[in-house]
Design a protein around this ligand. Structure first.
Ligand code: SAH
Ligand code: MG
Length: 216
């Protein structure tokens, strides 16, 4: 496959993957990761996402990483967020593991990354985000926060992971809704905090995706 065919194949794979990311936002995520991975000071770049689900955003990130020689770390406990559980809006019954009755997206994530041909580029880490962040030591060129959207998990992700982001690195946040009628507050609160602190400046926005650059 030529590079551009490969690119098209990966973007098509990401688009058809199961998950929660409109095509235009996914492409904006890809472009942000491409820019972060190309920054000469940050080679070899490590890109990290919180919230793998079934590997959709990880495929966009993996497509970018493949082009720049970066590696993607995708963190998830794979049991779903609050809104994915039975009785909530984003419950999908076929994701329940019949042996224990719990949601388990890990096999879906593995199949997606394998079918995209990204097993050498995307590394899944299974665990609670704060437990992984606690022992993490590698500087990150790019951080994508798309894990638990409740107040506690969202702020834990921000506090646990942003210290690892290098100055000049990219912080992307998903499900940022200015209007409370469109979605929950915590991702928007993180975005407001980051930009108002003066530590980050906004470089792109697409749908509910916000792309910020770390200034200090
Ligand atoms: N990025 C995905 C969607 C992520 S959905 C896509 O492109 O489709 C949010 C994910 O965050 C769920 O899979 C859930 O299991 C995970 N999650 C929620 N809270 C978490 C936590 N504290 N630690 C690890 N994963 C968490
Ligand atoms: Mg999301």
């Amino acid at each position: 496959m030529t590079t551009s065919n490969h690119h098209d194949h990966l973007i098509a794979s990401a688009r058809s993957a199961r998950g929660f990311m409109p095509d235009d936002e996914g492409y904006a995520l890809f472009e942000a990761a491409l820019a972060a991975g190309s920054a000469p000071a940050a080679q070899p770049a490590v890109l990290l996402e919180v919230g793998s689900w079934c590997g959709k955003s990880a495929t966009y990130l993996g497509a970018a990483a493949l082009e720049t020689g970066a590696t993607v770390i995708s963190v998830d406990h794979h049991h779903g967020s609050e809104e994915n559980q039975a009785g909530w809006d984003y419950f999908e019954a076929d994701l329940v593991d019949p042996t224990d009755g719990r949601l388990n997206t890990l096999p879906h994530f593995q199949r997606q990354i394998a079918s995209a041909g990204l097993e050498g580029v995307v590394v899944g880490v299974v665990g609670h985000s704060p437990a992984v962040a606690a022992w993490w030591r590698t500087p990150l060129s790019f951080l994508f926060i798309d894990g638990g959207h409740g107040e506690e998990p969202a702020w834990a992700d921000f506090r646990g992971w942003t210290p690892h982001l290098v100055v000049g690195g990219i912080l992307a946040i998903h499900d940022v809704f200015e209007n409370p009628a469109d979605g929950g507050r915590p991702p928007y609160d993180l975005y407001c905090h980051a930009t108002q602190s003066g530590d980050y400046t906004e470089v792109n926005a697409c749908g509910s995706l916000r792309v910020l650059k770390k200034l200090r």
